[in-house]
Ligand binder design. Structure first.
Ligand code: ZN
Length: 503
């Protein structure tokens, strides 16, 4: 009798605690989902329950250290719930960018944080947790001999089983996201960059290279490449535009493909722990202005490459691709200017969120050309047709975005060349696979376009001829580093001219 009474006490305590955790912390990670299909909602309910079960495992084990637990847990609870407020209200992403801003005490953000609603939320969560602990002060909450201890071990194992089944299934959700993204922040960039020491130079002047890095755009969904839907109503009208249909990358996710595209790392490179040279480091040495304007939050694998630009702007950095409030790519153009008043050479890189899943979040409603679109994030409940419609709408948005950029570039007095390349493709149901980061050829053929201004055409007639003659060629993403150095007429730095699309 006595035993079952203490188990009941434990169960009561942990159930109560999880109710508070759900209300003040975890539900925030789910509320922004589209509740479109009952099957999808059911899957997310199971996900939520499993997340709590895994949390129960960790918390129960923590509570075995009774005294420390009773002091530390309420403090942790309040800290985590202060993050959760922003996830609830703004769908902010607790990612590396956020952790960085906090640890580097960005004062603008610190001031923005203090609204009275936030203070009220914190007061209510603090009061709830302290009151809960005060009421349950005398209860036995855990014991090594309790059956709950064994259940808690299964809870901990659940975490690893689910993460193994689907990477980041829990790690991107509160409260785990705070812990795992803090760990990521302290890890170094995974690509080692070599310094450029040679006296690199160029005799070229007034050149502006505009490099647009897209996201998850596959070549064969461009109308320009023969797709049967008109996904390029605007670009199809543009002159001086060339589409390269056959580009290959073996890398199917951003963290691997972006650093490869922007350095001299070859796709054939099999050696590990080698150093590579950032495109921007070479151009800096040749007195180029190098600027990065990104709509994707920093990733460890290529943050050093971004930092090798002389200026960098990350817009909307606290909303990752997961967020339903993520800024649309058109906002990038607000930060992009032409610099007509100087003759200096320049490279501007715009990094898009592009066609990253969840597709509907990438476009405004006036870009819903193809209907019906998806109404849930759960793949099991979605029709192939709606997924492809939603994806194709992001391509129409890309068409609009690039067209706006080109219209702006036409006002430039510089010799301007625009190179658009997606970081990789996307798998859209081929062999039952979806999205990217998949070992499938559909993810390995990214879209690529080149546009040049009339000033550029006049100065580089031979290079334009070469460019046109190569448009049917099969090329790899290795081309980018060498082509940009080639068109910039870089001297005293060895690059592979035979890789250049202008040669
Ligand atoms: Zn990507």
């Amino acid at each position: 009798m006595e035993k079952s009474k203490t188990w009941k006490q434990e169960i009561k305590f942990h159930l109560g605690l999880h109710l508070l955790i759900a209300v003040f912390i975890t539900i925030a990670s789910y509320v922004h989902f589209p509740f479109g299909s009952s099957k999808g909602n059911f899957v997310y309910l199971v996900h939520f329950l499993l997340l709590h079960f895994s949390l129960f495992g960790f918390i129960y084990i923590f509570s075995l250290f009774n005294k420390i637990f009773k002091i530390l847990f309420p403090i942790l609870f309040i800290v985590v719930s202060s993050f959760s407020y922003w996830v609830y209200t703004q769908d902010l992403t607790i990612g590396v960018g956020m952790i960085q801003a906090i640890l580097e005490t960005n004062t603008d953000i610190a001031i923005d944080v203090f609204s009275y609603q936030f203070i009220i939320f914190l007061l209510v969560s603090s009061f709830s947790i302290f009151y809960f602990f005060k009421c349950n002060k005398k209860l036995r909450i855990s014991s090594l001999t309790s059956p709950l201890f064994f259940i808690s071990i299964i809870g901990v194992l659940t975490f690893f089983v689910v993460e193994n089944y689907k990477y980041d299934a829990f790690k991107n959700r509160l409260p785990y996201s705070i812990f795992f993204n803090s760990m990521k922040y302290f890890k170094e960039s995974s690509i080692k960059l070599r310094e450029v020491t040679a006296k690199v130079s160029t005799k070229e002047e007034n050149l502006h290279v505009v490099l647009v890095i897209g996201e998850s755009v596959r070549s064969d969904h461009l109308f320009l490449n023969g797709y049967n839907r008109n996904t390029n109503p605007l670009l199809a009208q543009q002159k001086n535009l060339i589409s390269f249909k056959e580009v290959f990358t073996p890398y199917t996710f951003t963290a691997q493909s972006v650093p490869q595209i922007l350095t001299d790392k070859s796709i054939d490179n099999k050696q590990k722990k080698q150093e590579f040279t950032s495109l921007y480091s070479v151009l800096n040495k040749a007195s180029f202005k190098t600027e990065w304007i990104g709509n994707q939050s920093l990733e460890r694998s290529y943050k050093d490459v971004i930092y090798s630009n002389t200026s960098k702007t990350i817009i909307d950095e606290f909303h990752s691709f997961l967020s339903f409030k993520k800024e649309k790519d058109l906002a990038l153009l607000n930060y992009f200017s032409l610099h007509n008043n100087t003759l200096e050479n320049r490279i501007s890189t715009l990094h898009m969120i592009g066609s990253h899943w969840y597709y509907n979040n990438r476009v405004t409603s006036n870009f819903e050309y193809f209907k019906p679109i998806t109404n849930s994030k759960y793949f099991g409940s979605l029709e192939k047709e709606t997924l492809i419609n939603s994806y194709d709408n992001t391509i129409v948005y890309l068409d609009f975005f690039l067209n706006e950029l080109i219209q702006k570039l036409k006002k430039s007095t510089k010799k301007t060349i625009l190179i658009y390349i997606s970081d990789h493709g996307e798998t859209l149901g081929e062999d039952g696979k979806w999205l990217h980061a998949q070992e499938h050829n559909a993810s390995k053929n990214p879209a690529m376009l080149v546009w040049f201004s009339n000033n550029f055409k006049k100065s580089y007639p031979l290079e334009i001829q070469k460019l046109i003659s190569k448009k049917q060629d099969s090329i790899t993403t290795d081309f980018l580093f060498h082509s940009i150095l080639d068109i910039s007429k870089i001297e005293n730095y060895k690059y592979l001219k035979n890789q250049s699309i202008f040669n």
